[in-house]
Design a protein around this ligand. Sequence first.
Ligand SMILES: Cc1cc2nc3c(=O)[nH]c(=O)nc-3n(C[C@H](O)[C@H](O)[C@H](O)COP(=O)(O)OP(=O)(O)OC[C@H]3O[C@@H](n4cnc5c(N)ncnc54)[C@H](O)[C@@H]3O)c2cc1C
Length: 566
Amino acid sequence: MIEYDVLVIGAGLAGLRAAVGIPPHYNTVVMSKVHPVRSHSIAAQGGMNAALANVEGSKDDTIEKHTFDTIKGSDYLADQPAVKVMCEQAPQMVYELEHWGCPWSRLENGRIAQRPFGGAGYPRCCYAADRSGHMVLHTLYEKALELGIKVYEEWLALSLAVDNGRIHGVVAMDMATGRLETFAAKAVVLATGGYGRVFSRTSNAMINTGSGVALAYEAGVPIEDMEFIQFHPTTLYGTNILISEGARGEGGYLLNNRGERFMEKYAPSAMELAPRDIVARSIQTEINEDRGFNDEYVHLDLRHLGREKILERLPGIREIAVDFAGIDPIDELIPIQPGQHYSMGGIDTDINGATQVKGLYAAGECACVSVHGSNRLGGNSMLDTIVFGKMAGETIPGFLASGAGEPSVQVIDSEQKKQEEKIKEIISRKRTHETVGTILSEMQEAMFNNCGVFREKNTLQEACDKIKELKERYYRVGIQDTSSLRYNPGLFNILELKGMLELAELIVAGAIPREESRGSHWRTDFPVRDDKKWLKHTMAVYSPEGPAFSYTDVEITDYEPKERKY
Ligand SMILES: Cc1cc2nc3c(=O)[nH]c(=O)nc-3n(C[C@H](O)[C@H](O)[C@H](O)COP(=O)(O)OP(=O)(O)OC[C@H]3O[C@@H](n4cnc5c(N)ncnc54)[C@H](O)[C@@H]3O)c2cc1C
C-alpha cells in the first residue's frame, strides 16, 4: 500500500491547481491516466473570463456584471453565492497565472488582451491566441514540477474506498503492467474532467469518459444536475473538432443555405454571440427546416476578418479547418454543426470542493458547484477549474489539521479485493459478438439522437430503454486479448464503459421528469421554463435498481429569475 496525505486524481487544470496550492509539508501526489499535458484541458481554445476591463469598449465592465451575465446565462439555475466567488476571484487568478509565466496575448499597451465571448456584455475573455488551455496547462505543470509534486502517470483510478461517510483511499491500476495498487490517503480530490464521450458527436477527447464521476456515484456520493449537457454551436462537420467561440468573438458570422445571417431572427441584439444553448438551437432549427446543407450543417464565415487577423488570433482554428476539412477559412466557409461539448452536472460539492463524503473533494468539469446551472458561458470553465481547484487546495490543509484521522487499511484492502474479483470476472468472460465498440457506439448514437439539442418524452424514454438494454449486454463483453495485462486497452475500455453507461442513465433519467425547458435542456413537449416547479437542482444517488432522485433549492441571493432575452 502506498500512503499519502492528499491524492489528487486528474492532472488537468483543476487537479494541478489544487495540487500546487497544498502546502509542501503535506505529502501530496497527483495521479493521471495520461501524461498531465495530454489532459483534455490542453484543448481549450478561446480563453478564460475575468472582468479586467482592459479593452476599448469594456471600460465599464465589473465583477458584478460578470456575475450577472453568468447567472442569466445559466437560466437562473446557478447557485448565486458560488458564482459571486468565482467572478470575484477571476482577475486575481488571471494575474497569478501571468506571474507564473502564462503568455497571455497582449494589447498594444502591454495589458492582457480580451475578446468578446457569448452571453457576455463586454469583451471579457483573456486568451493566448486560440491555444489558451495549452498555455495555462503548461504553466501549471511547470509550477507542479518546480514544487516537486510527484505524478503517477498512466495510472487508472478504479474505485474509491469509502466507509462510514469518509474516504480512506483509492484502488488504481498501473496501466503499464496491469498491476492493482492501493493508495491510502486522508484526503482525495477528484479532478477527472468531463464525460463528452457518452455522446456520438462531441468535441471531447477519447479520454473524456467521466470515470471520476462514475467512481463517486458508485461510492454513494450525490451527483447533481446531470441532465444539463452543453451542445457547442460550432463543431467541425465530419469530425466535431471544436471551432472556438473565439472565432465568432473575433467577428465570425453564421450563414444558412440562403446566405442569411440567421441569428438575426433568434437573438437580434447579441446575434452570433448569444449564449451557446440559444445559438446551438438556432443552428439546429435552420438545419431541421431545410435551410442548412445536406441536412447536417451551416456555414461559419471568417473571410471578412482578413488573413492577418486570422493568422494572429485564430491560427489553431485555421490549422484545424485546413488539416481536417481541407478548407482554408481565409478564403472559404467552414461547415459547422452543434456537438456535445461540456457537462454542467457532476459531483455535488460546496464552494470549497467538499462533497458529502468526509475527506473527498471534487473540482473542475467533473464537479457541480454549481456555477453554470443549466448553461455554461464560454470562458467560464477554465475559470471554474482554476478557482475551485484553488479553493479545494486551500481547504484541505484545514481538514488535515483538524484531525482527519488515519485511513483504515481494512477498508482499502477489502476494496482492492473487490476490484481484483471484478477484473478476474472480466478476464474469464467468454468472447461473444458483443464488443466495447458496438455497445459504445449504440450508447453514443442513442444519447445524441434522443437526448440531444432537442428532447421530448418519447425519445428520452427510447434512450433510457436502450441504456438499460446495453447495461445488460455489457456483461457479455469480453477482452479480445487476454495474453497480457501490459497496456491492455481492451481491459481499460471495458472498465470505463461500465461507468459511461451509468452516467448515460443518469443524464437521460434526470431529463425525463424535468418537464420544462431551461438552458441546454430543451423539451419540445414542454417548451417553457417553469420556475414554480423546476427552479431546482436534481440530485441522484446510486442504487442497484438505478438512480434515486431528489431535488434541492437553487440559492438565489441577488438576482430574481427573469425571462432571458439577447
Ligand atoms: C475542445 C474544447 C475547447 C474548450 N475551450 C474552452 C475555453 O476556451 N474556455 C473555457 O473556459 N473552457 C473551454 N473548454 C472547457 C474546459 O477546457 C474544460 O472544461 C476544462 O479544461 C476541464 O478541466 P479539468 O481539469 O476539469 O479536466 P481535464 O483537463 O479533462 O483533466 C482530467 C484529468 O483526469 C484524469 N483522469 C480522468 N479519469 C481518470 C481516472 N479514472 N484515473 C486517473 N486519472 C483520470 C485525466 O488523465 C486528466 O489528467 C473547452 C473544452 C473543449 C472540449
